[in-house]
Design a binder for this molecule. Structure first.
Ligand code: EPU
Length: 304
């Protein structure tokens, strides 16, 4: 690990034109509502601003963390030394050209689905109910049992760690279950999908059916980071945690959801340390009970 330089308030004066908040608590920006402060949180004004920021952080040896929708991330209680980045309105473009759809990385998955059903474009219904934004969904190859976001992806536009822009084809990204080979600290700015013509009513009904199923089986009303663990080959982590008797187990305000055991929910003022303690308790019990070592799906970032 290379030691990262720290950053003082004011350090980004004259570097970026977008919004900058020094010492911003990242718990305000994660779906778990957990996370200590970042040295700075930046919402770049546009693509050139993002590039200027990355050129600067790269030159100065300052770490960056792209938060996206903040929905698959556990930010630790000590926060993040470096610059957290949230792509804002400048990255929410959405347009169809024939059966292709080009979308900014900050477009919510739910908005892409609504857009595609209106346009009569089928192929991404399987992403129904996935929280967060397209950038994060592509990086983590978000999906459901019905399909993954990479299935219909053509390519992505990215800004690399040093500020250079590049377009990466799907084949360059080596997608697998909840995995992509996107270079570390590269920021996805745009994604293009290849869809197919479909009947808007049929697409809408498929989405509604999937939403009903999701709301019935997952604690969508609670603060969570989605599924905590990856499904091991041929099985479901939720089923394993449930069978090990861990539903309702808690550490502080972090609780294994009684509705779906692969969701660890924040019932109030849980800290990242509580979530980590619960993760370890769940892992130990599942190892003991079923002999399976569960791997984390949620990305853990920052300082303890
Ligand atoms: N199950 C239990 N107890 C539970 C939860 C599940 O016994 O507490 C059983 C169910 O009865 C079912 C099986 O486990 O027989 C599978 O459950 P489910 O259909 O809910 O799917 P999953 O494997 O738990 C996966 C994805 C979800 C995705 C759903 C629906 C992973 C880790 N999870 O869950 O993705 O929404 O399928 O397609 O791949 C996520 O990645 O964050 C996520 C929520």
């Amino acid at each position: 690990m290379v030691a990262m330089a720290t950053m003082a308030p004011g350090a980004l004066d004259g570097v970026v034109r977008g919004r900058v908040a020094y010492g911003e608590p990242l718990g305000r920006h994660t779906s778990l509502r957990i996370g200590g402060p970042a040295d700075a949180l930046v919402v770049p004004a546009d693509l050139e601003d993002l590039r200027a920021l990355l050129r600067f952080t790269h030159r100065e040896g300052i770490g960056t963390l792209v938060l996206g929708g903040g929905s698959n991330t556990l930010v630790l209680d000590g926060g993040f030394r470096g610059v957290a980045i949230i792509l804002g309105e400048a990255f929410t473009g959405l347009e169809a050209e024939g059966t292709a759809v080009r979308a900014g990385a900050a477009v919510r998955v739910s908005r892409l689905l609504a857009f595609c059903s209106r346009q009569g474009l089928a192929g991404v219904e399987c992403l129904t109910g996935i929280p967060g934004t397209l950038g994060g969904a592509v990086r983590g190859n978000a999906g459901t049992t019905a399909g993954w976001i990479s299935d219909r992806l053509r390519d992505v536009a990215v800004v690399l760690r040093d500020g250079t822009i590049a377009r990466l084809a799907k084949a360059d990204l080596d997608f697998a279950y909840r995995h992509s080979a996107l270079p570390a600290e590269a920021v996805i700015t745009e994604a293009t999908f290849d869809l197919e013509p479909g009947d808007p009513g049929t697409i809408r009904r498929a989405i509604s059916r999937l939403l009903v199923a999701r709301n019935r089986t997952q604690p969508v009303e609670s603060r969570s980071a989605g599924c905590m663990f990856k499904n091991p080959p041929g099985d479901s982590a939720g089923r394993l945690v449930d069978a090990a008797g861990m539903k309702g187990a808690r550490a502080g305000d972090a609780v294994v959801s009684p509705k779906h055991a692969n969701f660890l929910v924040n019932e109030g003022r849980a800290r990242a340390a509580d979530v980590l303690a619960l993760v370890e308790a769940v892992r130990a019990r599942v190892r003991e009970h079923a002999g399976v070592a569960l791997e984390l799906e949620v990305q853990i970032v920052g300082e303890p």
